[in-house]
Design a protein around this ligand. Sequence first.
Ligand SMILES: *Cc1c(COP(=O)(O)O)cnc(C)c1O
Length: 359
Amino acid sequence: MSRIYNFCAGPAALPLEALQEAQAHLVDYKGSGMSVMEMSHRGKEYDAIHNEAAANVRELMGLGDDYSVLFIQGGASLQFAMIPMNFLGQGQVADYVNSGSWSAAAVKQARIIGNANLAADTQKEIPTRMPSAAEMTWTPGAAYSHLTTNETIAGTQLKDIPETGSPLVADMSSDILSRPRDYARFSLVYAGAQKNLGPSGLALVVIRKDFAAKGSITLPTMLKYQTYIDDNSLYNTPPCFGIYMLCLTTRWMKKMGLPKLFAQNRDKAQLIYDAIDGGSGFYRGTAQKESRSDMNVTFRLPTEELETLFIKQASEAGMKQLKGHRSVGGIRASIYNAFPVAGVEALVSFMKDFEKRNG
Ligand SMILES: *Cc1c(COP(=O)(O)O)cnc(C)c1O
C-alpha cells in the first residue's frame, strides 16, 4: 500500500483508520453477508450506523435534544438554496457576511429567493481577510444571519463568532469540528461532508427544532427541513455509504478527543505559517495574519513559473494537490482534521529546500 500526502481541498483526505475499517467490512458488513452499499436503509444494521452517526455528531458538538442532526443530499450547495427557501419569506431580510467565494455563492442563491443584505463585504479584497465584528452591520428583525466560518479558497477563517441579533446560520463546510466553537449559539450549521467528515454528496445539517418549525410550509417535501426532522433523514433513501463513512470518521474523532485534535490542527497550520514568515520573503501568505485559516493555508511564490515548478516537484515528492483554486492561483495546502502531521512536516521541509534552490 502506498498513500500520498493529499492536500486536496475537497474531497479531502480521510482518516486511514476509517478507510481501513470500511475496507475490512466492505463485502460483508459484520456477518450480514452484504456491503453497507447493498443493504436496506430500513434494516437493523443500517439503522444502527445511521443513529450512531447522528449521536456522534451531537456528542462532538455538545448539543442537546433541542437540536436535530440531519443528513441531506446535494452537498453544501443545496443548503445555499434550502436555507432561504425555508426561512427567507416575502418582506423579510436575511443578513449575509460576504467574506469570499463561498459566501458569495450563498448570497447568489439567497437573492434568487428573496432579500439578502450584505452585513459586511470583504469578498474582493487582497490580501484576503474576514471582516471584523465592528465592521458588520445587522438588520434589526432579520430572518437570520449567515456566516461562512472558513473561506476554503481564500484561506481565511472567522475566529470569533459575532453577536448578530438574529438566528445564526453558518456554512462550516471546511472547518466543522476542527476548533473549539460554541455550537449551541447557532440555529443552523451545515457542512458538505467532503472536507472534514466523509465523502462528497452528503451535507450534515444541525438545526434547532424551534427554528426549523418557523420554516415555510409551502415547499415540496424534499426541500423542507421539517421532513428530515420528522423522518430522521429517512424520508427517502439517504446516501447510506456516505453516512457510514461519516460515522467512522466521527468515531475516529471521538477516540482522538477534540482537545487533541484542535491542538494538532493549530500546530499543523502554525508549522506552515512559520515556514512562510520565517523565510526571506520568498513565500507570501495571501491572507491577512489575523484571518489565517488553520484548514487551508494559501500562499504565493515570486513568480507563476516558480509556483508551477513548486507544484510539480512537490507532486514528484509525494505531496499532491497543492495547486490553489483555479480562480485565484498560487499554492493551497488543505490540512483538515484527518491530514497527518507527518505530511505537514514533509511540506515544510520541502518548502525550505525549494527556497534554498530557487530563492
Ligand atoms: C466546498 C465548499 C462548499 C461547496 O460544497 P459542495 O458540497 O460541493 O456543494 C460550500 N462552502 C464551503 C465553505 C466549501 O468549502
